[in-house]
Ligand binder design. Structure first.
Ligand code: UDP
Ligand code: MG
Length: 136
């Protein structure tokens, strides 16, 4: 069964810094994901810590929060058929070394830390993450 969903995408600091936002948006558009909202912001370390709190017990948590708050990011709401899973497919595996050919992380990811992109992983998290960045 298919359904139209919304999901949250973040172009992370390493990719914004290398001016890759427009290239990354092309991946979404050519895979039938519409960009319904978009903004460029910078989050504080506290905001990053709240956003990533599902990872608070992980050894990489502190580094991850420092990294996400280290520079501008572009956050987007994507919409389309099975958008959550589709976006994850287009992103590729978390570690760019393991990412499939044709994915964003394969093309642009530098390391497991600097992997260029975030995407929600479930309907429930997509809803929470969209609300986190687009409250009004
Ligand atoms: N991460 C990391 N080291 C790890 C696992 C994850 O630095 O061993 C970072 C990585 O940037 C990843 C983020 O933490 O994108 C969130 O991890 P998750 O497992 O949710 O991966 P994702 O959903 O981003 O593929
Ligand atoms: Mg995740």
């Amino acid at each position: 069964m298919s359904s139209v969903e919304k999901t949250l995408s973040i172009v992370k600091p390493d990719a914004v810094e290398r001016n890759l936002t427009e290239n990354i948006k092309e991946y979404f558009l050519k895979n039938n994901l519409k960009i319904v909202k978009e903004k460029k912001i910078q989050v504080s370390k506290d905001e990053a810590a709240e956003f990533y709190r599902v990872h608070q017990t992980k050894p990489f948590y502190d580094r991850l929060c420092n990294y996400l708050s280290s520079g501008p990011i572009t956050v987007m709401i994507l919409e389309g058929e099975n958008a959550i899973k589709e976006n994850r497919r287009i992103m590729g595996a978390t570690d760019p070394k393991n990412a499939e050919d044709g994915t964003i992380r394969k093309k642009y990811g530098i390391s497991i830390d600097k992997n260029s992109i975030h995407g929600s992983d479930s309907v429930e998290n997509a809803k929470k993450e969209i609300e986190f960045f687009f409250k009004n």
